[in-house]
Write a protein that binds this ligand. Structure first.
Ligand SMILES: [Zn+2]
Length: 414
């Protein structure tokens, strides 16, 4: 998706090959929700759909769909669109149903240690506006973080301009241990406070319902709602940014673990008594693959000519591209460890696909063909296809918007 200078999206957001947004699950996986919610979600994931196809997809009779659709239309949650593609000849064209985008918006916010980003989407998943805010270095307490959330939100609504539908909810994510179910932030590298009721604090400040999650889960939500995981029941998302994150989707829904703190693939051990990790333990996958692990080895490859902090990885990558063997070896070693991590994910979870996702995927040495070719030799069964999805920097905010939409839906339809 591109954005013009005003922050307004130029193109539609989505997978590019499928209309609508949200998980594309069949009737059998939708069964737990009330039929009314199933109808709304089915329409949203289809983009536009006729009543007849809707009933067929949900495996219910048209008679049971009709009154519920009428009710959703009366509440402005759905709207009717003439289907010109099916219109041959005279008379009124057949009508399809769509989620009414004008009913409201949700905001997705991603806080990070260098730049915060935000995306406003309507209830049909279309982007309305985006904004970014450089992070102030001195911000460490939750209270000052709330000031930044407010400033980011103000930029977002300003970019959207006047006359937009009401904002009905906020999804917010950041790195760290964040429990989506309780809204508690246990620990984050970008905040000094510990064990805070983050969702309640942001909600009190902004006057809106707020859902929180960790950044790996945001990325997983982006893949599940807008990306390559929409039609997959079970898949894993692995991301390499400041650490190595893992998100898991089971039966079309994110799996968040028994305590809701996410899956720490980066701190699974790949070497007993191995390299020191920033978590304080030794031999973690992250200690061989993450940024800090590559930067740690950079001085020798760069022959002491160290660029400023924050630019080291970039310089190392350029050197590797220019044929610097030592720089190349650093990336290749990291890639071999990543292959071990991916093989472990395949061995433990048996996902239908592993998606290597995030904006950092431009360091293509990390997922070179030779690296991916090592994975089968480390798994017992044939490993799942491994796909690379290199998103732009707004992917996290997009996932946060999906989080907000997902949590808003049952409230909206209650
Ligand atoms: Zn660790």
């Amino acid at each position: 998706m591109g954005l013009d200078t005003s922050g307004r999206p130029r193109t539609e957001l989505g997978t590019g090959d499928a209309p609508g947004c949200g998980p594309l699950r069949g009737a059998r996986q939708s069964g737990a929700q009330p039929l009314r919610q199933q109808i709304y979600e089915q329409v949203r994931s289809a983009g536009h759909i006729s009543r007849a196809v809707l009933a067929k997809d949900l495996e219910v009779s048209p008679g049971s769909v009709t009154p519920l659709v009428s009710d959703l239309l009366a509440q402005d949650l759905l709207y009717e669109v003439p289907d010109e593609s099916q219109h041959h000849g005279r008379g009124r064209p057949p009508v399809t149903l769509g989620v009414n985008p004008g009913r409201g918006l949700v905001a997705g916010l991603k806080l990070s240690d260098h730049e915060h980003s935000a995306l406003l989407v309507d209830l049909a998943g279309h982007p309305v506006a985006s904004a970014t805010l450089p992070r102030r270095d001195d911000v460490r307490s939750v209270e000052s973080l709330l000031d930044e959330v407010e400033a980011l939100f103000a930029r977002l609504t300003e970019a959207a301009g006047p006359g937009t539908p009401p904002i009905l909810g906020i999804g917010l994510g950041m790195p760290g241990m964040i429990d989506h179910a309780t809204g508690r932030l246990r620990w984050s590298p970008i905040v000094s406070d510990r064990d805070v009721d983050l969702a309640a604090a942001v909600s009190a400040r902004m006057g809106l319902p707020v859902s929180v999650d960790n950044d790996a889960n945001l990325l997983t939500m982006a893949e599940l709602w807008f990306g390559r995981g929409r039609s997959l029941s079970d898949f894993a998302v692995v991301t390499i940014e400041y650490g190595v994150g893992l998100g898991l989707v089971v039966d079309h829904a994110p799996y968040r673990g028994g305590h809701g703190y996410g899956m720490e693939l980066g701190h699974t051990k790949v070497q007993l008594d191995g390299a020191l990790c920033r978590c304080g333990q030794r031999g973690c996958l992250e200690a061989y693959v993450a940024d800090f692990a590559l930067v740690r080895e950079a001085p020798i490859a760069l022959d002491g000519a160290l660029p400023p902090r924050g630019k080291v990885l970039e310089a190392l990558y350029d050197q590797a591209k220019d044929g610097n063997e030592a720089a190349k070896a650093i990336f290749e070693r990291a890639a071999r460890y990543l292959a071990v991590g991916l093989a472990n994910v395949a061995n433990i979870f048996d996902p239908r696909r592993i998606i290597l996702s995030g904006s950092r995927m431009r360091y293509d040495y990390l997922y070179a063909e030779e690296m991916l070719a090592e994975v089968p030799s480390l798994t017992l069964n044939r490993p799942p296809p491994i796909e690379v999805n290199a998103w732009d920097d707004l992917v996290w905010a997009r996932g946060a918007a999906a989080l907000a939409l997902s949590d808003l839906t049952p409230r909206l339809l209650a």
